[in-house]
Design a protein around this ligand. Structure first.
Ligand code: NAD
Length: 247
């Protein structure tokens, strides 16, 4: 799908990777809406306040996007938060409420967005040579493949989202909607500012080349590829400089 003239909804589009994707899609001629719970949308990007942990909020944001711009062709299902904490320590059990909070945003948030956006996309007129109605790009993580110490909730959410990418590609294929994902490695965004330096070093040590943190522009390039490439469906694209933790 060519983003020019299309309508794109980006969750978490006010910061980091989502802002990178929103800026790229706007520069390619899409009408872009950032649905976010905090911050400001990048220049040239519309904003609708939305908390993906709340279904009524997601439903309202999708309806408002369609009311303002007529339809949704592209969705970057990207909003997410970090989360750190062991499952138990000598002092006591881990923070189960925080585990549920991270799952509620990173997994259930993505489910709510895919459900409401997918429903909106099914109403689109098919377009292009393949009769496509929409493209969804989920933001997974290298944690979708292997979690790090203390990242149980985050890993559970991102691993489930990886599996759901293929399931949703199958669910929505009959409607002409493709579903893919990007699985970023270590990306320099506000989210990772909370990670301890030891963990950052560990994450960068596993990177082969280029040996640096990724950026919003790197992410946007992967998102653009997945949106534009018709036969790519149900794919989880690693964006990690070849990072492979030792087996
Ligand atoms: P970020 O903190 O810069 O951006 C996340 C955005 O999501 C923020 O604008 C935030 O306000 C928004 N958000 C958080 N909770 C929300 C909610 N309940 N409803 C709506 N919006 C909400 O972080 P980022 O690094 O750009 O993260 C974007 C995505 O990339 C996340 O899903 C994250 O898990 C994933 N990711 C990041 C990295 C990395 O190294 N930074 C690596 C792999 C995956």
């Amino acid at each position: 799908m060519d983003p020019a003239g299309k309508v794109a909804l980006v969750t978490g589009g006010n910061s980091g990777l989502g802002a990178g994707a929103a800026e790229r899609l706007a520069s390619l001629g899409a009408t872009v809406v950032s649905c976010d719970v905090a911050g400001e949308a990048p220049a040239g990007v519309d904003f609708i306040s939305c908390d993906v942990s709340d279904e009524a909020s997601v439903k309202a944001a999708v309806a408002e996007t369609v009311a303002r711009h007529g339809r949704i062709d592209i969705c970057c299902n990207n909003a997410g938060v970090g989360g750190l904490g062991p499952i138990a320590t000598a002092e006591g059990p881990g923070d189960i409420a925080d585990f549920a909070r991270v799952i509620g945003i990173n997994l259930m948030g993505a489910v709510r967005v895919a459900a409401h956006v997918g429903h909106a996309m099914i109403a689109n007129e098919p377009s292009g040579p393949d009769g496509e109605r929409g493209v969804i790009v989920n933001t997974c993580s290298i944690a979708s493949f292997e979690g790090q110490e203390g990242m149980g909730a985050y890993t559970a959410a991102k691993a489930a989202l990886k599996e759901l990418t293929l399931v949703w590609a199958r669910d929505l294929a009959r409607h002409g909607i493709r579903v893919n994902a990007v699985a970023p490695g270590f990306m320099a965004t506000p989210m990772v500012a909370m990670l301890p330096p030891d963990l950052v070093n560990e994450l960068l040590r596993d990177v082969e080349f280029p040996k640096r943190a990724g950026t919003g522009e790197d992410f946007a390039a992967a998102v653009e590829f997945l949106i534009r490439t018709p036969l790519v469906n149900g794919e989880v694209l690693r964006l990690d400089g070849g990072a492979r933790p030792p087996a």
